[in-house]
Ligand binder design. Structure first.
Ligand code: FEO
Length: 394
């Protein structure tokens, strides 16, 4: 493996995972990911910030060996999820005198998840500092920047922020530093959608706190290091804001073509009204792309056939996901076809209880869509346009 020097006596010692294609057995990783771990040598003490996924623990050990690290005083754990903490037991075997520096909630999770011995911890509270001699670590508790125990660490003298999951993104890259370009921004937005969007309201409060620290560099625990913190902070300010765009996300499934005809007509109707529409055939969709589309869209419309009296299971999955991700979507509706009855619209609407959406009149048709059905879809498109105009986004 490789290690990189970020600044004098500060090294990236993490692991690149070019091959990983799924995270949490849920999130597709088209660009792999990295698990970033950072070694900071102060004049008196040495700290390691986060570890790596246990599947890559020997990469971390190898990097430490190559750097001739013979002592670690502090193992700072910003987040208990195993992709960052999972190598902690092995690192503690190599450095048995090290103290695990984290907050109380994280300690409890590390004991539960990894059976870390309770006597190895040095517990920090919000705003606490820890001296490495000529350098100072400063800790800020930032609950719900993925889990309830998450914290960020700031290296005061060098003004480097180590926020773990927050502000990172899934990308394995041989480049140590991120390019401030559209590719990085898209990857970061997708990661925000998949990981951070449910915690939008918590994150809103942290952005100004981070800006007040005036970081010169953001060193997250996934993806390249950011030399231009404003690039990511400005993007996050936009994503977490209440501003929505003139967009409709249209996840759909069609079994025998009826719902497909409705989706085709409805898509054309929205385009004709100047509304951006993003249809997703769920049988062929990368759910990360679907999540990404939900970040800004004002409206989501689920399109489903009827299976055993209810919506198609793929639509149920997408609806569950949209509800769990809690996008700032303002309007929702359902379109689709049925054979002899069913409660598809009611079921889907009942599953959106985490979203503060106004439900627009669903359009459901028995069998093949007819002219009356197409006119109803046109009326729904009119209603969406009206709502978007009232919201001032057209
Ligand atoms: Fe990258 Fe929440 O772990």
């Amino acid at each position: 493996m490789v290690f990189h020097k970020i600044a004098p006596d500060i090294h990236w010692v993490g692991a690149l995972d070019f091959d990983r294609r799924l995270f949490d057995e849920l999130i597709p990783l088209p660009d792999g990911t990295s698990y970033n771990s950072y070694l900071i040598k102060g004049s008196e003490k040495t700290a390691l910030i986060d570890t790596v996924d246990p599947s890559k623990e020997f990469d971390l050990v190898e990097n430490l060996v190559k750097l001739k690290v013979d002592r670690i005083d502090y193992l700072v754990i910003n987040h208990a999820e195993q992709d960052h903490s999972g190598s902690l037991p092995m690192i503690l075997e190599f450095f048995p005198n090290a103290k695990v520096v984290t907050n109380e909630k994280c300690r409890d999770l590390l004991i539960a998840l990894l059976h870390v011995p309770p006597d190895v911890f040095h517990i920090v509270k919000d705003g606490d500092t820890l001296s490495l001699g000529d350098r100072t670590l400063q800790f800020h508790l930032t609950p719900w920047t993925h889990w309830p125990e998450t914290q960020i660490t700031f290296l005061r003298e060098d003004q480097i922020l180590f926020p773990c999951d927050l502000f990172g993104f899934h990308m394995a890259s041989s480049d140590l530093f991120m390019a401030d370009d559209a590719v990085s921004l898209r990857s970061a937005k997708r990661y925000y959608a998949e990981i951070m969007m449910p915690f939008r309201n918590s994150i809103k409060g942290y952005i100004d706190k981070v800006r007040a620290l005036s970081p010169k560099m953001i060193a997250p625990s996934h993806g390249p290091i950011q030399k231009n913190p404003s690039f990511m902070l400005d993007a996050y300010s936009d994503w977490v804001s209440d501003t929505v765009k003139n967009e409709v996300v249209l996840p759909y499934v069609s079994m025998h073509g009826s719902t497909q005809k409705m989706v085709d007509h409805f898509t054309a109707a929205l385009i004709a009204r100047g509304i951006v529409v993003k249809p997703f055939n769920l049988t062929r969709t990368d759910i990360g792309e679907l999540a990404l589309s939900l970040v800004d869209a004002a409206t989501v419309v689920m399109a489903t056939p009827t299976v055993l009296f209810g919506p198609h299971p793929q639509i149920v999955y997408a609806t569950y996901l949209a509800n769990a991700l809690r996008p700032k979507t303002r309007y929702a509706s359902v379109i689709g076809s049925y054979g002899w009855g069913g409660k598809s619209a009611e079921t889907i609407v009942s599953m959106l209880d985490h979203l503060k959406v106004e439900v627009l009149e669903p359009v459901l048709v028995k069998g093949l869509p007819d002219e009356a059905c197409m006119q109803a879809l046109d009326r729904l498109a009119d209603e969406i346009l009206k709502k978007h105009q009232e919201a001032g986004i057209v």
